[in-house]
Design a binder for this molecule. Structure first.
Ligand code: 5GP
Ligand code: ZN
Length: 108
């Protein structure tokens, strides 16, 4: 069994409401929001950090960004604006070593 928190969330071991899911990507609200809207966009595939991405992962990363774009629209922040953030390694603020993108918005 994986010890990865996000793998547990994706595997429904830890109950979490998904605001979006498809075959490759899920999204859910951050448990400790840093903005009025704070979503996490997470690939189902366990990839530890941006540093270990391969060229084969390129379509997956595109899907994450497009999912974020769609979620921003659905949650009403597309026009006001939002931030997409990927923290890389401990010095970059990464706490969960399963790659993910933060969608932050809703300040105005
Ligand atoms: P990182 O610092 O790795 O870029 O971001 C990890 C994020 O995951 C943090 O913003 C943190 O609040 C969030 N997080 C940690 N544990 C949980 C959890 O159990 N559920 C949810 N929904 N978010 C979590
Ligand atoms: Zn994982």
């Amino acid at each position: 069994m994986s010890e990865c928190l996000f793998c547990k969330i994706i595997g429904r071991e830890i109950p979490t409401d998904f605001v979006f899911e498809d075959q490759e990507v899920v999204a859910f609200k951050d448990i400790n929001p840093q903005a009025p809207l704070h979503l996490l966009i997470v690939p189902r595939k366990h990839i530890e950090t941006v540093n270990v991405l391969t060229p084969e992962d390129a379509p997956l990363i595109s899907r994450m960004i497009l999912a974020a774009r769609d979620l921003a629209k659905r949650f009403g922040v597309a026009q006001s604006g939002y931030r997409l953030v990927v923290n890389v390694e401990k010095g970059g603020g990464q706490e969960i070593f399963h790659i993910h993108m933060h969608l932050l918005g809703g300040w105005c």
